[in-house]
Design a protein around this ligand. Structure first.
Ligand code: SAH
Length: 467
């Protein structure tokens, strides 16, 4: 199996710095499934090409059965396409041999690692049962100029026809890291025999390497399904995390505009501050000292809690890594004095799975979170919070949809944020809350947050659940 990457960025031999592989040497690496050789068929000032040649050893694969891809006891475990097709082995090889380039780092040329370079990648033998259009559909949305050919099986025997495998060439001006992450994720998607065990770690890898592009890819569902070998629980995790990342895009520079839209809707009343102020005073009134903020997002409430000494233990939980990173920065967790730092903790987790880590707190808050979950997930969350975590106090806030009529810039019927699955009227929220209270043995009271309109109510509605 052969992968080549060329550049004409001058001096082209800088490619060697980016890959941490000297263009004048041939280097070989032993991996569990065979050998990988890295060498440069051409390396001059104008043009430089690196080649990664994988020499998969089918016999070694059968011996190390746990890792082997071949199934059954027949000859096919020795005689198969593994040694020459681009498969998940290529991903493993990229990750091991080009590790720093894959993560976008370069000690010698950091600015070059961050620059868009003219790159051409060729992969010699690609299995793709779904055909050429599918192959194009994976790479073209990422901005590549794609060339696909189906070589003849043997040029001496034209009647044998074409190979069932494809040769692929991708051309784009982009960072080397981008190209490598796309290959890393998408080559195994094309290969039905992903050779390694697919577990939780693969979810993390897919999210890490898919960052910045997977969520916008038209085939994202298909890519996740195939990358995770159709393991439903993992695919569900990915979907949930991607959806949450989407809802956190408003924290991201790319989607700043969207955030500005929602904020300007609510600015007049600086609703956000009043919401947080109300939550903090409800917590104080109820003598809550140990608080878990569920779906903490970028940590606005956490920041307010941290300023008040009586909150002795503060935990922020969110399903989105991105949100937690932002919270980490906004709270300056790396720079806090020790005493303060000891009072706060962030953790990644989903509110749709029972989680012992969120049990036993005085209070839990769900601030502008429930409207981000669709129906089946919301009912999972109800159980997770009110039945299993079961704090003495739960504070829930959510938009009051009736109030939307006062937002001049919001077209009728449109929700305040594109990731909201629903926005409720006061009656709808109160019905839901009463049902929760009855089912799980809580009392509930309602508070308006923000300036009340006499007919439409307040912009935010709050339910305070106590046992
Ligand atoms: N409470 C914050 C953020 C609200 S946005 C604030 O008031 O600013 C909604 C948050 O819920 C997002 O950060 C999103 O990642 C998180 N979220 C969505 N679904 C979740 C789930 N299943 N588990 C945990 N968090 C979730």
């Amino acid at each position: 199996m052969l992968l080549t990457i060329s550049t004409t960025h001058q001096p082209a031999t800088d490619l060697g710095f980016l890959l941490h592989k000297n263009p004048s040497q041939v280097q070989s690496f032993e991996l569990s499934f065979g050998q990988v050789h890295v060498f440069y068929p051409e390396a001059n000032n104008e043009r430089c090409t690196v080649a990664m040649l994988l020499d998969v050893d089918p016999v070694a694969l059968v011996r190390g059965k746990a890792e082997g891809s071949a199934e059954g006891g027949g000859l096919d475990q020795y005689v198969n396409d593994r040694p020459y097709v681009a498969s998940s082995f290529v991903s493993v090889a990229i990750a091991q041999v080009f590790r720093s380039a894959l993560s976008g780092k370069s000690k010698e040329k950091p600015e070059l690692a961050d620059a868009a370079l003219p790159l051409v990648a060729s992969v010699s033998v690609i299995p793709c049962r779904a055909g050429e259009d599918y192959l194009r559909g994976l790479f073209e949305p990422l901005g590549y100029e794609v060339t696909v050919t189906q070589p003849e099986l043997d040029s001496k025997f034209g009647e044998w026809g074409k190979s069932k495998y494809y040769a692929l060439t991708l051309t784009k001006n982009c960072k080397l890291r981008e190209l490598l992450t796309h290959l890393y994720v998408l080559l195994p998607v094309l290969d039905n025999d992903k050779h390694y065990y697919v577990g939780d770690a693969e979810v993390e890898k897919l999210l890490r390497h898919g960052e910045g592009w997977l969520n916008n890819h038209p085939k994202k569902q298909d890519i996740s399904n195939k990358y995770l070998k159709h393991r439903h629980s993992l695919v569900r995790q990915i979907n949930e995390r991607l959806a949450a990342d989407e809802s956190n895009e408003d924290l991201d520079a790319v989607a700043e505009k969207k955030e500005a839209e929602e904020e300007s809707l609510e600015r007049k009343i600086s609703l956000n501050e009043r919401r947080i102020g109300t939550v903090v005073s409800v917590l104080k009134q109820n003598n809550a000292h140990r608080v878990v903020d569920l779906g903490c997002g970028g940590g606005k409430l956490l920041k307010a809690l941290l300023e008040e000494k009586e909150f002795s233990e503060i935990v922020g939980m969110d399903v989105s890594h991105r949100a937690l990173e932002i919270a980490h920065q906004r709270l300056y967790l790396d720079r806090l004095p020790e005493m303060k730092r000891a009072r706060i903790k962030l953790m990644q987790g989903s509110l749709t799975y029972r989680d012992a880590r969120i049990a036993g707190y005085d209070a839990a808050t769900l601030i502008e979170v429930i409207e981000h979950l669709d129906e089946p997930r919301l009912s999972a969350l109800e159980k997770v919070v009110f039945k299993f975590a079961r704090p003495k106090l739960v504070v829930v806030t959510t938009p009051n949809v009736e109030y939307n009529a006062t937002f001049e810039n919001l077209p009728a019927g449109k929700l305040r944020h594109r990731d909201h699955r629903f926005e409720w009227t006061r009656n709808e929220f109160q019905d839901w809350s009463h049902r929760i209270a009855t089912t799980y043995g809580y009392k509930v009271q309602f508070l308006p947050v923000g300036d009340e309109d006499p007919a439409l109510g307040a912009p935010t509605q709050m339910g305070v659940f106590t046992t």
